[in-house]
Design a protein around this ligand. Structure first.
Ligand code: PHE
Ligand code: ZN
Length: 890
C-alpha cells in the first residue's frame, strides 16, 4: 500500500508552480464505498517560470479519465503524481474524473466517513486524496462545488461559501451547489454530508453587515452548542474591535465531528471541529474545557484573516498563520478574562504549556526552527514550536513595537498581502515597515533569527550594586545550545521586561545611565541583541531585587542567580503576577532538583511551607492564582533541568513534595476547601472557575493526606461530592482526587461514573484519560492501562479515544511510562505500530514521546533505544512514523 516515497523536502528548493489553477468546478456523487469526483479546472501557465509538464498530486485514487479542452490526452502516473507532458500554451480546461473510498479512509485525511456522515480534512495534503490537483498552498482557485447524495441519510450538504441552489433528484437523492467567491488553496476546501442539526444566530456587525452563524452537530447535541456559538460571536466582535478585521462572509458555518485528528480546521466559511473542541455543557465539560473551546473557536475564526485571506506560500511558512493565530487567540482569551489577575492566569497557563511541550521539543531529536528548513512529512511539523513558540515570537513583535504599533503593522500586512500566499519574512517586513525607528526595525535582521535558529536560548542575568555610586549594573548574556544540524548560533533579539524591587518589596524607578532622571517608570523593556550587554541603572537607593523577564517577555530559559531570600521577596511583593507565580515555581523546583541531584529523600523546609501557606491564606490573591502557585512544576519541565534524567527519581521527589504539602498544610487546605465553595448557578467565568480550581486542589491534597494516615474523612467526602456534584468540574475533581491517591473508594467511584456517562463519548474519554494519567504507585496505573486496552469502549480507530488512554500514559505520565523493566517502552512500540496501520498522523504523534530518550539515565536509555529500533525495523512504516524514529536514532 505504501510506496516508500520518503523524500526530504527543503525550504531552499522552493519553486513557484509551473501552472496556476484559476477556477475549479467539483462534482461529488457521494457513496461511502466509492465516491465519484469530477473536477473541471481552468489552468494557466505561470509566465514567470520555465515551461515544464503538468504534474498533479494524487494519492489513493482511482483515475477514470483525463480530458484537456474536451479531448482525451495521454498521461503518465509516477508514484503520487499524474504527469501530462503535452499541454497547450494558452489557458485550457482540464477535466478529471476519479473515485475514492471514504469508508476505508481510517487516516482521516481527505474525504472520510464518521458516524454515518461524510467529512473532509485537507490540511496539509489531504486534497490530493480526494482528486488530482496542484495541492500546494500557493495555488489558489475559486471553487464551485456540487454535492449529490442520498437525501434521507445525508440531509445536510455543506461546502465552502454561499449556497447557490438545492434540488431533489431521482432515487431518493438530492443536490446542493455551493460557490466560494474567495480564491483559496486546496487545503481550505471542505465538504460535509451528514444528518446534522444547526444552532443559528443572525448578527449585525459594526460595519452594519448581516451574517448568519451556524453550528452543526448531531441530533441530541444541540444544547451543547450554546457556548461555541457565544464564543464565535465574541470572536467576531473582538477581531473587528482589536484589529479592524471584519467577517467577510454572509454565512459562517461550524461543524462538529467525532473522528478528527486535531482540534479543529479553519476551512473557509466551513470550520470543522473535533467534537471535543466544540461541545460543552456544565454536565459534561470542565471549566478547562469551556476555556479551551472558547479559544479554539476563536482560533479557527481568526484564521479567516490570518491564514485564509493571507495564506502561506509553502508549508515551511506554517507558523506565519499558526504562530500568529495562536498569538491572536491568546490575546483574545486574555481580553475575555477582563481582570488583570485573570489575564495573568491565562498567561501563566500558556507559559506552562510552552515549557511542558515546546521546551522539550526544542531540546530533543525533533528540534526545528519556527520556520523549519526541511521535512519528510509535513504532518510532523504541526508542533509546539510552530504554534506556541511561533506565538511567542509574534508576542515579541508586539513587545518591541507596542500594542498600537503592532496593530499598525497588521494593517500594513493586510494592505500589502490580502489575497496572497506569503512568507514569514513578508510578515516581519510589514511589522517593521509600519514602525520605522522602533527597536524592532533597527534590529530586523537579528530578530529574524527567531525564525531560523532552533533551540531555547539561555539568558543569564547578573546584577552588581555599587552602594557608593548608587548604581546597579545588570549584565545580560545569551547562549543558544546546539540542536540537530545547527551548531554555532548567533545572538537573538531578547526583549527583557523588568522591574527592580527594594528588599522591602517597593518598586524602584528605573533610570538608565545617560537618561535624564525624569523617568519614573517602574517597569521597562531592555533589548538584548548581543552575546553580552550591560545596563547601568542610576540613583538606586539600595541593593535591589531584580524581577526579570516579566510576563515571560521572551521564550528563553532564565538564569538570574536569585536565591531563596530574593525569590521570597518576589513571591510576596512583585507587581507582575507572572513573576510572582514564577517565584513559587522556582522555590519548589530548587527543592525538587536538590533532592533528585543528591539522591537524598526530599524534606520541605519550614520557610517554603510557610511561604506556601501564606499564599494559600492570602487575603487579596485570586483563588485561580493560588491554585497555580501551589501546584508543583510538571515532571516534564523538571526533567528538562537535568542532564541525565531518572524519571522515577523525579517522580519520587515530586510525590514526596506533594505529600508533605498535603500534610503540613492540612488545616489550611481544609479551610480553603470550605471557604471557596461556589453556590451560584454554574458559569465557567474566571471567578467561579478559580474557586473550583482551588477547591479541587485542596480536596486532592486532603484525600492524599488521608490515604497517608491523615484525617480519614476526606475520601468519603470526595465520594459523596461525586454523587452530589452539579457540574463536571466538581465531579471530575473529586473523582481524580480519589483516583490519584489510589484511595479505596476509587474503583467504585470509577464504576459509578462510567455507568452514569456511558452514552457520552466525550466523558468516557475523560474516564479513560483520568486512569491513564493517575499518579503511579507500585505499577498500579500501568497495569490498569493495560487492562483498559481490552475494555469494550476502547478503540484505536477513534483518535480521541486512542489519545485518552495511550497518550495519557505515554505522554503525560512519565512515572508510569518509564519503567525499569521497559514494559512501558514495549507497550509504546506496539501501539505505535498498531496505530500506524490505521492512522499515521496519530501514530506519528505518539512516536514523538521518545524525542528525549538520549537524556534518560540507564536502564531507561538503553531500553528506550531498543524499542525505537524495533519500530524503525518495520519495513512498511508510514513517512510520519519513519521520520520521527529515524531522527530519534540519528
Ligand atoms: N490548521 C488547524 C489549526 O491550527 C490545525 C490542523 C492541521 C487541523 C492539520 C487538521 C489538520 O487550526
Ligand atoms: Zn491554527
Amino acid at each position: 500500500m505504501r510506496e516508500g516515497t520518503a523524500t526530504l523536502i527543503r525550504r531552499e528548493d522552493y519553486v513557484a508552480p509551473v501552472f496556476w489553477i484559476r477556477t475549479v468546478d467539483l462534482c461529488f456523487d457521494l457513496e461511502p464505498a466509492k465516491t465519484l469526483v469530477t473536477s473541471k479546472m481552468r489552468l494557466e501557465r505561470n509566465a514567470g517560470v520555465p515551461h515544464g509538464p503538468l504534474r498533479l498530486h494524487g494519492e489513493e485514487l482511482n483515475l477514470l479519465r483525463v480530458l484537456i479542452d474536451g479531448e482525451s490526452v495521454s498521461f503518465r502516473q509516477e508514484g503520487h503524481e499524474l504527469i501530462i507532458d503535452n499541454v497547450p500554451d494558452a489557458d485550457f480546461n482540464l477535466e478529471i474524473r476519479n473515485t475514492c473510498a471514504p469508508e476505508k479512509n481510517t487516516a482521516l485525511s481527505g474525504l472520510y466517513t464518521s458516524g454515518g456522515g461524510f467529512f473532509t480534512q485537507c490540511e496539509a495534503e489531504g486534497f490530493r486524496r480526494i482528486t488530482y490537483f496542484l495541492d500546494r498552498p500557493d495555488v489558489m482557485a475559486v471553487y464551485t462545488v456540487t454535492l449529490r447524495a442520498d437525501k434521507a441519510r445525508y440531509p445536510m450538504l455543506l461546502s465552502n461559501g454561499n449556497l447557490l441552489e438545492t434540488a431533489t433528484l431521482d432515487n431518493g437523492r438530492h443536490l446542493a451547489k455551493w460557490h466560494d467567491p474567495f480564491p483559496k488553496p486546496s487545503y481550505l476546501f471542505a465538504l460535509v454530508a451528514a444528518d446534522l442539526v444547526a444552532r443559528e444566530q443572525r448578527i449585525r456587525t459594526r460595519a452594519g453587515k448581516d451574517h448568519l452563524l451556524q453550528v452543526y452537530v448531531r441530533r441530541g447535541d444541540l444544547e451543547k452548542t450554546e457556548h461555541a456559538m457565544n464564543s464565535l460571536i465574541a470572536s467576531v466582535v473582538w477581531d473587528e474591535a482589536r484589529f479592524k478585521l471584519p467577517l467577510d462572509l454572509e454565512r459562517f458555518m461550524v461543524v462538529g465531528v467525532s473522528d478528527f485528528n486535531m482540534g479543529a480546521m479553519e476551512n473557509k466559511g466551513l470550520n470543522i471541529f473535533n467534537t471535543a473542541a466544540l461541545l460543552a455543557s456544565p454536565a459534561i465539560s470542565t471549566d478547562a474545557d469551556f476555556h479551551r473551546i472558547e479559544s479554539i473557536v476563536a482560533h479557527e475564526y481568526f484564521h479567516n484573516w490570518t491564514g485564509n485571506r493571507v495564506t502561506c506560500r509553502d508549508w515551511f511558512q506554517l507558523s506565519l498563520k499558526e504562530g500568529l493565530t495562536v498569538f491572536r487567540d491568546q490575546e483574545f482569551s486574555q481580553d475575555m478574562a477582563a481582570t488583570p489577575s485573570a489575564r495573568a492566569v491565562c498567561r501563566i497557563q500558556d507559559v506552562r504549556a510552552l515549557r511542558a511541550m515546546q521546551f522539550p521539543e526544542d531540546a530533543g531529536s525533533m528540534a526545528h526552527a519556527v520556520r523549519p528548513d526541511q521535512y519528510v512529512e509535513i504532518n510532523n511539523f504541526y508542533t509546539a514550536t510552530v504554534y506556541n513558540k511561533g506565538a511567542e515570537v509574534v508576542r515579541m513583535y508586539q513587545t518591541l513595537v507596542g500594542r498600537e504599533g503592532f496593530a499598525k503593522g497588521m494593517s500594513l500586512y493586510f494592505e500589502r498581502h490580502d489575497g496572497q500566499a506569503v512568507t514569514c519574512d513578508d510578515f516581519a517586513q510589514a511589522i517593521a515597515d509600519a514602525n520605522p525607528g522602533s527597536p524592532l526595525s533597527t534590529r530586523l535582521d537579528t530578530f529574524r533569527r527567531w525564525y531560523s535558529q532552533a533551540g531555547t536560548p539561555r539568558l543569564q542575568a547578573r546584577g552588581a550594586y555599587d552602594a557608593d555610586a548608587r548604581t546597579y549594573t545588570l549584565t545580560l548574556s545569551q547562549a543558544n545550545p546546539a540542536t540537530p544540524g545547527q551548531d554555532g548560533k548567533q545572538p537573538q533579539v531578547i526583549p527583557v521586561a523588568l522591574g527592580l524591587l527594594s528588599r522591602e518589596g517597593r518598586p524602584l524607578p528605573l533610570t538608565l545611565q545617560g537618561e535624564d532622571g525624569g523617568t519614573v517608570a517602574t517597569e521597562r523593556v531592555l533589548v538584548l541583541d548581543q552575546a553580552e550587554q550591560s545596563f547601568v541603572f542610576v540613583d538606586v537607593a539600595g541593593e535591589p531585587v531584580p524581577s526579570l523577564l516579566r510576563g515571560f517577555s521572551a521564550p528563553v530559559v532564565l538564569d538570574d542567580g536569585l536565591g531563596d531570600a530574593e525569590l521570597l521577596v518576589l513571591l510576596k511583593h512583585d507587581s507582575d503576577a507572572f513573576n510572582r507565580w514564577e517565584a513559587s515555581q522556582r522555590l519548589a523546583l530548587a527543592r525538587i532538583l536538590g533532592a533528585v541531584r543528591s539522591g537524598e529523600p526530599l524534606t520541605l523546609d519550614a520557610a517554603y511551607l510557610d511561604a506556601m501557606r501564606a499564599v494559600l491564606r492570602h487575603a487579596d490573591l485570586d483563588p485561580a492564582f493560588k491554585a497555580l502557585a501551589l501546584q508543583l512544576p510538571d515532571e516534564a519541565y523538571i526533567a528538562e533541568q537535568l542532564t541525565e534524567v531518572d524519571p522515577q527519581a523525579v517522580h519520587a521527589a515530586v510525590a514526596a513534595a506533594q505529600e508533605q504539602l498535603a500534610t503540613a498544610l492540612q488545616a489550611d487546605w481544609a479551610w480553603a476547601f470550605e471557604t471557596h465553595q461556589v453556590s451560584a448557578g454554574y458559569s465557567p467565568d474566571p471567578v467561579q472557575s478559580g474557586k473550583r480550581a482551588l477547591v479541587n486542589l485542596s480536596l486532592a491534597m486532603l484525600v492524599l493526606n488521608a490515604t497517608r494516615g491523615g484525617d480519614g474523612v476526606w475520601p468519603g467526602r470526595a465520594y459523596q461530592r461525586i454523587k452530589d456534584a452539579t457540574n463536571m468540574t466538581d465531579r471530575l475533581g473529586a473523582l481524580s482526587a480519589l483516583v490519584n491517591a489510589h484511595a479505596e473508594l476509587a474503583d467504585s467511584a470509577l464504576a459509578r461514573f462510567h455507568a452514569q456517562f456511558k452514552g457520552e463519548a466525550l466523558v468516557i474519554d475523560k474516564w479513560f484519560a483520568m486512569q491513564g494519567r493517575a499518579a503511579e504507585q507500585d505499577g498500579k496505573t500501568f497495569a490498569r492501562v493495560k487492562q483498559l486496552m481490552k475494555h469494550a469502549d476502547f478503540t484505536l480507530k477513534n483518535p480521541n479515544r486512542a489519545r485518552s488512554l495511550i497518550f495519557s500514559l505515554c505522554m503525560f505520565n512519565p512515572a508510569a511510562f518509564h519503567r525499569a523493566d521497559a514494559a512501558g517502552y514495549v507497550f509504546w512500540a506496539e501501539q505505535v505500530l498498531a496505530l500506524d496501520a490505521i492512522n499515521p498522523q496519530v501514530a506519528g504523534r505518539l512516536a514523538r514521546v521518545m524525542d528525549r530518550w538520549t537524556a534518560l539515565a540507564e536502564p531507561y536509555r538503553g531500553a528506550a533505544r531498543e524499542a525505537i529500533v524495533r519500530v524503525a525495523a518495520k519495513p512498511d512504516l508510514s513517512n510520519d512514523v519513519r521520520e520521527i524514529v529515524e531522527r530519534a536514532l540519528a
